[in-house]
Design a protein around this ligand. Structure first.
Ligand code: OFO
Length: 168
């Protein structure tokens, strides 16, 4: 049975994952109407789907441990971005925030001697290392490209490969 303090922390994380999915969905919808960046668009849609999976995994875990997962209300995400670069900068900042929140959940689980939850959360700890690394790689590449249109063309061509390699 989950202790209330652990359940509350996990439910807060459910909201963060759901919100992440919305944030990236908004980036995807915005990217979709920018010309010539189909793969970047696909990247954001896929990332949004992944966040939903992260949320579902938490929901199932809470319920399986005898808790009650609260499906949260979400905030309106940012809808437009000054540039692709800005969107990816925000993605990195968002992932850093998510990592901090996961670490907080682990801290609470350990304080409560809930080793099953701490063990379950290790998947998220590893996932966040990957997601932050991927976001940093993408930001570094965009930094190199600067404002060059041809660079962005190549970046769009390569982004799916970069993200798939990061998942290996
Ligand atoms: Fe759920 O990993 Fe990104 O936010």
């Amino acid at each position: 049975m989950l202790k209330k303090v652990v359940q509350d922390a996990l439910n807060a994380q459910v909201k963060i994952e759901a919100q992440s999915s919305q944030v990236y969905l908004a980036m995807a919808a915005w990217a979709e109407i920018q010309p010539g960046i189909d793969n970047i668009t696909a990247f954001f849609y896929r990332h949004s789907d992944e966040e939903r999976e992260h949320m579902l995994k938490l929901i199932h875990f809470i319920n399986e441990r005898g808790g009650f997962s609260v499906i949260p209300a979400l905030e309106q995400p940012q809808l437009t971005f000054p540039s692709i670069k800005h969107a990816f900068q925000q993605l990195l900042e968002h992932e850093i925030m998510v990592s901090e929140s996961i670490n907080k959940c682990v801290e609470i689980a350990l304080e409560e001697k809930d080793y099953a939850t701490s063990n379950f959360l290790q998947w998220y700890v590893a996932e966040q290392i990957e997601e932050e690394a991927l976001a940093r790689t993408i930001n570094d590449k965009l930094e190199l490209i600067g404002d060059e249109k041809s660079g962005l063309y190549m970046f769009d061509r390569d982004i799916l490969t970069v993200s798939m390699e990061a998942e290996k």
